[in-house]
Design a protein around this ligand. Sequence first.
Ligand SMILES: [Fe+2]
Ligand SMILES: [Fe+2]
Length: 295
Amino acid sequence: MVYFGGYCRLVYLVLLSLVTTLLDKEVRMRDYSLQVVLKDLSQFSMVYFVPLADFHEGARDADHEISNGYINWIAEHDAFTILNGDMMNCAWKDSTPELWEDLITPDDAYARLRARLMPIKNKIFMITRGGHCESIFRKVGVDFMARLAYDLGDIPYRPDGGMLGVKLTRSTQGRIFWIYATHGWGGARTIGAKIKKVEDLANVTNADITVLSHDHTQAIHRLNVLEPPRSSLSFTRPAYVTTQRKLLINTGGFVKYSGYIQRKGYMPQDLGTPRIRLELKYKGKRVVKDLHASI
Ligand SMILES: [Fe+2]
Ligand SMILES: [Fe+2]
């Protein structure tokens, strides 16, 4: 009897651990927010990365000429992008963007945005969500960026931000460039405050490139951090510290000076966004990652 009780208890514990493991696995599989987006571009040793954000499609003064210029440039070159939020203006009755000025429904704005992005749908690594689309999501549970990610061909969607790994190859040596992007938060008026935000973000990511949008002000900065030797370490030969370059990118916006931006006394925005060159170069016999960015 004692033996039978012990056997039942054992079976019970095994079943319990099995169910717990399965449930845990199911929960982990559903939680894709920390799942890295990986892109194998081994056919290239150099590509351009032009992160797009803040199109504010539907806004009265959204500048389609400039944003279409970027879309066309990406389509015609070995260039790739992410959509880092506020791609739609999403004005509603009580929102900061003025509904009566936009005079376009979110559905119409969505249709226009999707049509404009079609030529580069295979060059979008990842989509995040900005505060404007989030306000609609919070109000009625409709997530236009999730829909866009699906409609453009199941592009990885990371509403709150995501880590991206892009593999390039030179000769036979492959290297992965790590890029972290999230839309952005809060307000900032000074250039220093805007750049401080992306510096803060770089402190928590350890990616090669950290991309922040939202402030509509293009900026490029670098952090050169001391890197201990990570491989080929011999305890009989001297080892040296190297510097690792981290690129900080503030993307620009695509809305002309008007409306609440003007009324609140913000500075006129830069229209456009930085262009980053990811390249593998030879340093002696070793292939190393090289980053260059321009506005
Ligand atoms: Fe924005
Ligand atoms: Fe924003």
